[in-house]
Design a protein around this ligand. Structure first.
Ligand code: TRP
Length: 364
């Protein structure tokens, strides 16, 4: 029986899109399929979402079940995976409190992800300032991971600095308190480099809700078709006969991420594979409409089963809530038990510590 414990999570701040899929969700499906784990936790990180959305809790509230529907619709299996809500697990902020002593303020603010988020959110503006809770979130993320003794954390590339911070905390905790209670986690990120960050349909390097350049996992057929039709390709490829550029051409980037060899036989039998298609595009004589149609077929084959599963669960919301409730109860127990071990390791579990009680009796 495998000893692997997998944990990951997402902030419930919006619908998931195909960039999330290639950047992290697909990895979870592969892990689920491999079935080489004792536990697999997926956390809805609402507490963390609050650190930069403290003024708009409604947004988070609106996206809890939305996120669950996205998870279930892509095929993450509630029989294999424990889904839970972060804010319900009170051991997490408790663990965070103990870890906070092990990290300096300057270390927190040096975290590259935190740094860029500070800029993005305008927290570096003198008037606004950096909320303590926000600056602290890498520490609370270390609590999320260690509370469950996760040794494998599948994430998107942007999360690597968070894992680094967690590893530092684990190392210093175990050293200072001379224990091995905390488990050293490893991150895993997607192998295919194209997949680490899928660009937006508008050609922007990042697919993001605020840029309005996403294809959502929950988009309907017509919407996807329109989004693909208006996608950015090569601005100099005007006539079909013009030679075209493949590098930086987002239709080809998406094909790199989604196209499988068998798609050619099914949808574009004139070509053997993606290399041949690219070659023709470079030479000239291959129109954008054709490659977009091909991409559209591939996306539909990918999205249609997702839509069907979503529909199934949309008709069974109480069941979805139940999945989350059951998972959260289990997560609470596991995290509480780690919290106890952590307090034991520090030596502050006084009232449940027989040695402490004995010592005190002998002392007086
Ligand atoms: N920071 C992650 C994100 O923004 C969400 C998250 C919170 C997480 N806690 C985690 C991911 C623990 C992995 C492990 O997507």
């Amino acid at each position: 029986m495998s000893k692997n414990i997998i944990l990951t999570g997402d902030r419930p701040t919006g619908k998931l899109h195909i960039g999330h899929y290639v950047g992290s969700l697909k990895q979870r499906l592969l892990l689920q399929e491999k079935n080489n784990f004792a536990e697999f936790y997926i956390m809805i990180a609402d507490t963390q979402a609050l650190t930069d959305n403290y003024g708009t809790p409604q947004k988070i509230r609106d996206n809890i079940i939305e996120l669950m529907l996205d998870y279930l619709s892509i095929g993450l299996d509630p029989k294999k995976i424990t889904f839970f809500v972060q804010s319900e697990i009170s051991a997490l902020p408790e663990l965070t409190t103990y870890y906070m002593n092990l990290v300096t303020l300057s270390r927190l603010l040096r975290n590259p992800t935190v740094k860029s988020e500070i800029q993005l959110r305008g927290f570096d503006n003198e008037k606004k300032g950096i909320p303590v809770g926000f600056a602290n979130y890498p520490i609370s993320q270390a609590a999320d991971i260690t509370a469950f003794k996760a040794n494998i954390v599948p994430v998107g590339e942007d999360q690597l600095p968070m894992l680094e911070q967690t590893r530092e905390i684990v190392k210093s905790f175990n050293t200072i308190y001379n224990t091995n209670v905390l488990v050293m986690p490893e991150s895993i990120i997607p192998e295919n480099k194209v997949c680490c960050r899928l660009p937006g349909t508008d050609g922007n390097a990042k697919m993001s809700k605020s840029l309005n350049n996403c294809i959502y996992l929950s988009d309907d057929k017509e919407t996807v078709k329109n989004k693909i039709r208006s996608m950015y390709t090569d601005p100099n490829h005007i006539k079909i006969t013009d030679p075209g550029k493949v590098e930086g051409n987002k239709v080809f980037t998406y094909l790199d991420a989604f196209c499988k060899e068998e798609d050619f036989a099914k949808y574009l039998p004139e070509y053997k594979d993606l290399d041949e298609l690219k070659e023709h595009y470079r030479k000239g004589g291959l129109g954008d409409i054709k490659i977009k149609q091909f991409l559209n077929n591939i996306m539909e084959e990918f999205l249609e089963p997702i839509r069907e599963r979503r529909k199934y669960y949309e008709e069974r919301i109480p069941e979805v809530i139940d999945i989350l409730k059951t998972g959260t109860l289990k997560a609470k127990e596991v995290a509480n038990s780690t919290l106890n071990e952590v307090k034991d390791a520090i030596g502050i579990n006084y009232l449940n510590d027989n040695n402490f009680i004995k010592e005190q009796i002998e002392k007086y």
